[in-house]
Each structure stands twice: as structure tokens, then as C-alpha cells.
Design a protein. Structure first.
Length: 150
């Protein structure tokens, strides 16, 4: 199998509100818009882009037993400076705060907010894990000075 694309689709009854949220706060651009579906894209370079879609939970393409608002979903955004994003999104923009900013032993500094559909957004900067967690990594991702090589 050769995958040509992979992106999350948020099912909601707040299509326009959710699309506006991701364009305003995360820099996505609308590349397709209908009353039942919005496709968003963020190009970070010529070779790298991210996609996200919003779909009406009641659309005919969604099997009846699954026609409900998204739940149990976390979107992770790994950023260079999570403290700056905390200041921008929580302090300045007053987005809801569900988990205050903190360091985790497994190698993240992060906080959690949410979008208008109730999807959790985990804003993350990768930090060196504790020695106990370092041993659990299955590949070499840390340099000798404790930086992540990506």
C-alpha cells in the first residue's frame, strides 16, 4: 500500500465555528468549503503540509450508527515554544484550559485546551525524558546533549 495522504476528520454539528477556530488560532487555510464539509490545509514548506477536515456528523456518507459529535480525540500539535503558545492561546486569547502547562517525565512540556467541538488539543514541546523513560524509546532520538533530533 502506498499512502498518498492521511488526516483527521472531526465530525461535528459546528462546522463553520470549528473551521474558523483552526484558521484563526492555528494558521490553517480553507481549501474546500461546503455547508457539510470543510477541508483545511497548512503548508509549512514546499515539501511539508498538514491537513484537517470538518464534517457534518449527520452527512449521508457517515453510517447512521456513527453519526455523533467527535469524542475521545486529542490532536497533538508539536511546537518549538510551548510557553509562547500558552501565552498566546491561554493568556491572551482566553481559550479553555483543561490541563495547565507542565513537564512530563516521558519527554513533553505541554498543556491541553479544546476546540468548539470539544476535541482536545495538546500543545507540546518535546523535552528530554527522564532516564527511566529514556530506556523505553525504541530508537535513538536524543543527542548526547539531550536534544531531540526529530
Amino acid at each position: 500500500m502506498k499512502i498518498q495522504g492521511f488526516y483527521p476528520v472531526i465530525m461535528t454539528d459546528k462546522i463553520s465555528e470549528v473551521a474558523q477556530f483552526y484558521t484563526r488560532y492555528f494558521g490553517f487555510e480553507i481549501v474546500f468549503e461546503a455547508d457539510w464539509y470543510v477541508s483545511l490545509k497548512m503548508a509549512t514548506s514546499e515539501l511539508q503540509s498538514y491537513e484537517l477536515a470538518i464534517l457534518s456528523k449527520d452527512h449521508a456518507t457517515v453510517p447512521a450508527q456513527f453519526q455523533q459529535n467527535a469524542q475521545g480525540l486529542i490532536l497533538n500539535f508539536e511546537v518549538d515554544d510551548v510557553d509562547a503558545e500558552y501565552n498566546r492561546l491561554i493568556q491572551d486569547e482566553k481559550l479553555p484550559l483543561h490541563l495547565d502547562i507542565r513537564d512530563e517525565e516521558f519527554g513533553q512540556r505541554h498543556f491541553i485546551t479544546s476546540d468548539p467541538a470539544g476535541v482536545m488539543i495538546d500543545m507540546i514541546t518535546i523535552i528530554p525524558p527522564s532516564e527511566a523513560f529514556m530506556a523505553q524509546y525504541k530508537e535513538e532520538v536524543w543527542t548526547s546533549d539531550g536534544r531531540n533530533d526529530g
